[in-house]
Ligand binder design. Structure first.
Ligand code: SF4
Ligand code: SF4
Length: 228
């Protein structure tokens, strides 16, 4: 698989499944055969993943990316052996932090991956050619802030006209509703992809973004019918 295909979800799913380390091998930077230079994307994603790992309590050294030629088996073996030695020294991930706390945090990170990719999309697109700029491209404060001020989506029952556009387009079926019914978002299922906010017609403007505030309780089912 091309390293450019590696997603945040692959990395954090692996840690959630209990692996002690993740190694990504990519082609040498600036030698990609395609205009996309997916290995720069992989590098950028790894840099952010390391900061997110620190946020969850995981040692960022448990994730590594190395760039090498597919014909250079010696470089590959050296990189993998070096990483295996490092992980042996670090021991199991349970050495890093309390397991139930880690499981809770990794679960939250995974649920928020579409949101993370949306709010950081401009930075994630940057090809970090300057090696000196890589380490601090994502600041720890910035990652803390991203998790502390997560957006929630809420449908204003006074404005919703039950057109069903949001429910039909929600990628995870997190919106309950029907024709001429006030729609309601299941906050536990919402992955914060912004689709409902984008697609709710301007004339209704019913979907709201809420930051750092409690989302209002949903209307009970018997109060959701829209008359007229
Ligand atoms: S798109 Fe807007 S008006 Fe239509 S059902 Fe969804 S929230 Fe209600
Ligand atoms: S933001 Fe809206 S469309 Fe996206 S997952 Fe949440 S409820 Fe569904």
């Amino acid at each position: 698989m091309c390293s450019g295909r590696i997603d945040l979800e692959f990395v954090f799913r692996a840690f959630a499944n209990g692996v002690d380390g993740v190694f990504i091998g990519g082609c040498i930077l600036d030698e990609c055969n395609f205009a996309t230079h997916g290995n720069y994307h992989a590098l950028n994603m790894v840099l952010m993943s390391k900061k997110i790992m620190a946020y969850t309590g995981l040692n960022p050294d448990r994730l590594n990316i190395a760039f090498m030629s597919s014909g250079d088996g010696t470089a590959y073996v050296k990189a993998v052996n070096g990483f295996v030695d490092r992980i042996k020294k670090l021991g199991p991930i349970s050495n890093d932090t309390e397991e139930s706390d880690l499981a809770r945090k990794l679960s939250r990170v995974r649920q928020l991956i579409p949101y993370i990719k949306m709010v950081k999309r401009e930075k994630l697109d940057v090809q970090l050619k300057d090696e000196a700029a890589r380490e601090d491209f994502y600041a720890a404060d910035e990652i803390d802030e991203m998790f502390e001020h997560v957006v929630s989506y809420y449908i204003d029952p006074e404005k919703c006209r039950g057109c069903m556009i949001c429910a039909r387009n929600c990628p995870v079926d997190a919106i309950e509703g029907g024709k001429k019914m006030i729609h309601v978002i299941d906050q536990t299922a919402c992955i914060k992809c912004d689709t409902c906010y984008t697609l709710c017609p301007d004339k209704f403007d019913a979907v709201q973004k809420i930051v750092s505030e409690q989302v209002p309780e949903p209307l009970p089912m018997e109060a959701r019918a829209i008359s007229g």
